[in-house]
Design a protein around this ligand. Structure first.
Ligand code: ADP
Ligand code: MG
Ligand code: MG
Length: 251
């Protein structure tokens, strides 16, 4: 589903190299987690994959189902089925949440050659999926993320993901700032979307989210590279010993 080879990324404005050769292959149906210390390049990886500006790829490749992602505009990547749930969800004053969702869903359906969802059908589906994330009708009417609490913003990201039904979902620290109940809602939302045709990359600083979203593979990122990969037990090792042991082991 997603194949990243030897990806090197620097800041456009400065000489600072952030990603220094990332290799990662995520098969359809699998959940991969990336853990790692702050500043190791996890968010940069998700930004570069989704097409945010300000970064320059100096070497390597990133493809989704064999399509070169790096050649596509951000909206083309989304239309192709890539979704990023932001670490810091953006507020969009003046744009109603429901309007935003419906516009995004229909733009994506159009790009895929599918018919628009009728207003009635959309309303039914969005209400159902919002309910399971404990997002009330009022939050659907308000401007996107404006005045939402941290937890509400993160749940709203998962609602967007549920509505867009992407092929490849990237979640960047969606657990940060969530209490246990909100984290369970987010995890349930993700688990409900697990599917043989869909890949997940779950970026998290802490292990606790991975108690609820069982990953198939866990990677440790440090200083712009994936330095170690393993099964779910790797996340527990980090939980118990921190990153220091692993980092000194691979150094
Ligand atoms: P993580 O998500 O693992 O905490 P980031 O990808 O946010 O790491 O950051 C990796 C490194 O790149 C950090 O040292 C960070 O300060 C730097 N960095 C990322 N984006 C920028 C930027 N736009 N301007 C300056 N430094 C940046
Ligand atoms: Mg960080
Ligand atoms: Mg980050």
């Amino acid at each position: 589903m997603l194949e990243i080879k030897n990806l090197h990324v620097k800041l456009e404005e400065e000489e600072k190299q952030i990603l220094k050769g990332v290799d990662l292959m995520i098969e359809a149906g699998k959940v991969h987690a990336i853990m790692g210390p702050n500043g190791s390049g996890k968010s940069t990886l998700s930004y570069v994959l989704s097409g945010r500006g300000g970064y320059e790829v100096t070497e390597g490749s990133a493809t989704m189902e064999g399509v070169d992602l790096l050649e596509l505009e951000p909206e083309e990547r989304a239309a192709a089925g890539l979704f990023l749930a932001f670490q810091y969800p953006v507020e969009i004053p003046g744009v109603g949440n429901m309007t935003f969702l419906r516009t995004a869903v229909n733009a994506q359906r159009k790009a895929r050659g599918q018919e628009e969802m009728s207003a009635a059908e959309f309303l039914k589906v969005v209400r159902e999926r919002a309910k399971s994330l404990k997002i009330d009708a009022d939050m659907l009417k308000r401007p996107v993320n404006v005045g939402f609490s941290g937890g509400e913003k993160k749940r709203n990201e998962i609602l967007q993901m549920a509505m867009l039904e992407p092929k490849m979902c990237i979640l960047d620290e969606t657990d940060s700032g969530l209490d246990v109940d909100a984290m369970k809602l987010v995890a349930d939302g993700v688990n409900a979307l697990r599917d043989i045709g869909r890949g997940f990359l779950v970026i998290t600083h802490y292990q606790r989210l991975l108690d609820h979203i069982q990953p198939d593979v866990v990677h440790i990122m440090a200083d712009g590279r994936i330095v170690k990969s393993g099964g779910p037990e790797l996340a527990l090792e980090v939980e118990h010993n921190g990153y220091a042991d692993i980092l000194s082991e691979v150094a």
